[in-house]
Design a protein around this ligand. Structure first.
Ligand SMILES: [Zn+2]
Length: 313
C-alpha cells in the first residue's frame, strides 16, 4: 500500500512498506520539479518510492537527493538500491554514517547481532553499497539546496550518533528521524498525537537526546515529520510530552533494570507505563490492541535502555 498524502508545501509522505502498514514512512520534498527523499525504508520499499514519483509526474532523474536521517536499517537499508535507480541523486548522511553507506558490512553485522541473520535477510533484503563520490557527509549546520530550497542539517545525537535532523527553509518544518520519537496513527486522539521516545540500541544516550530535542524546540518548527509516522502539528505540546516521557522512562529503567530477569522486569514496567500514558492521552484501545501497536518498539526500547545502563555502569 502506497498511502501517499500531501502535507502541503511540496512535502509528501508515503508508506515504506516495512513490516506492516503505518509503521515506517518515507518523506518526499518536491520543489520546482526537483525531488529529495528523506529516508528510504528497506530494499523492498523501492516500488513505493517509484510509485510516489510517478503519481507526482516526476522522473527518476528528478531526484537530486536521498537524505538519510540516520543509518538504522529501517531508514537507510534501501539507500543503495534507491541510489542505483536515481542516477543523478546524491546521498546526504551524517559524517559518521557515510562510511557505512560505502561499505555496509559493519552495519549489516551490527543489525544481525540485534535481529538475527535470518530476519535480516528476510526483512531488509539487499543492502547495496554506494560510491563514495555520490555521498555528501553533512556536518552540523550544512545546507543542501533543492532547486533553491534550503534544507539545513543538524547533528542530533541521542537516538544514534549518526543522526541528523533537517530543517526545511520553506515550510519551517523539521524532518526528525527518530530523534523526536515515534507517533503512530492508531494512538492519535483527534488531532493529538501520542509520542514515545525511541531508545533503540546501541547508541541511546538520554542526555544527548534531551539536548537534541531542546535544540530543535528552539528552532520553533511549524511541524515535525516523523518516519514513524508522519506529520505532527502541535509541536510545543508534543515535545513537552516527549521530554516528560523520556525522563519518566530513564527513571523507570534505573529503578527496574535490576536483579535477575532485569530485562523482563523492565519490559513489564515500560509496558505498564506506556499503556497508562496512552490511556491518559485518551486512547480507547485495550491491552491487546496497544501491544499490537507498541509491542515491537517496547522490545527494542528495552534493549536500548539495557545496553545504555550496562555500558554506563
Ligand atoms: Zn532509528
Amino acid at each position: 500500500m502506497l498511502n501517499l498524502h500531501t502535507c502541503g508545501d511540496g512535502i509528501y509522505v508515503f508508506d515504506a512498506a516495512y513490516l506492516k502498514p503505518g509503521l515506517a514512512a518515507i518523506h518526499l520534498i518536491v520543489e520546482d520539479g526537483r525531488a529529495a527523499f528523506v529516508d528510504t525504508g528497506v530494499a523492498s520499499s523501492l516500488p513505493n518510492a517509484l510509485a510516489a514519483l510517478q503519481t507526482l509526474g516526476l522522473d527518476v532523474c528528478a531526484v537530486d537527493y536521498v537524505i538519510l536521517t540516520h543509518v538504522h536499517l529501517d531508514h537507510a537499508g534501501g539507500a543503495g538500491v534507491m541510489m542505483r535507480r536515481f542516477p543523478d541523486a546524491r546521498l546526504v548522511v551524517h559524517p559518521r554514517g557515510a562510511r557505512h553507506m560505502v561499505d555496509p558490512s559493519k552495519l549489516v553485522a551490527g543489525a544481525a547481532a540485534v535481529y538475527g541473520e535470518a530476519y535480516m535477510r528476510k526483512v531488509y533484503g539487499e543492502i547495496a553499497p554506494i560510491a563514495a563520490h555520490r555521498i555528501i557527509a553533512a556536518e552540523d549546520g550544512d545546507v543542501v539546496t533543492l532547486a533553491g530550497r534550503s534544507l539545513r542539517c543538524f547533528d542530533t545525537p541521542g537516538h544514534a550518533l549518526h543522526h541528523i535532523c533537517i530543517l526545511d527553509g520553506k515550510s519551517g518544518g523539521i524532518f526528525t528521524g527518530d530523534a523526536c520519537g515515534l507517533a503512530y496513527a492508531a494512538l492519535d486522539v483527534g488531532e493529538r498525537r501520542f509520542i514515545v521516545p525511541a531508545t533503540t540500541p546501541s547508541q541511546f544516550d538520554p542526555e544527548a537526546m534531551r539536548a537534541s530535542i531542546e535544540h530543535l524546540r528552539v528552532l520553533n518548527p511549524t511541524a515535525l515529520y516523523l518516519p514513524h509516522y508522519g506529520r505532527v502539528e502541535n509541536v510545543a505540546q508534543t515535545l513537552t510530552d516527549l521530554l516528560r516521557r523520556l525522563d519518566d522512562i530513564v527513571t523507570l529503567a534505573r529503578r527496574e533494570y535490576v536483579g535477575e530477569e532485569a530485562a523482563a522486569r523492565l519490559q513489564r514496567a515500560l509496558t505498564d507505563y506506556l499503556f497508562s500514558e496512552a490511556r491518559a492521552h485518551g486512547s480507547p484501545l485495550d491491552d491487546a490492541a496497544l501491544a499490537e501497536v507498541l509491542g515491537m518498539d517496547i522490545g527494542l526500547n528495552v534493549q536500548g535502555l539495557a545496553h545504555w545502563l550496562n555500558t554506563e555502569k
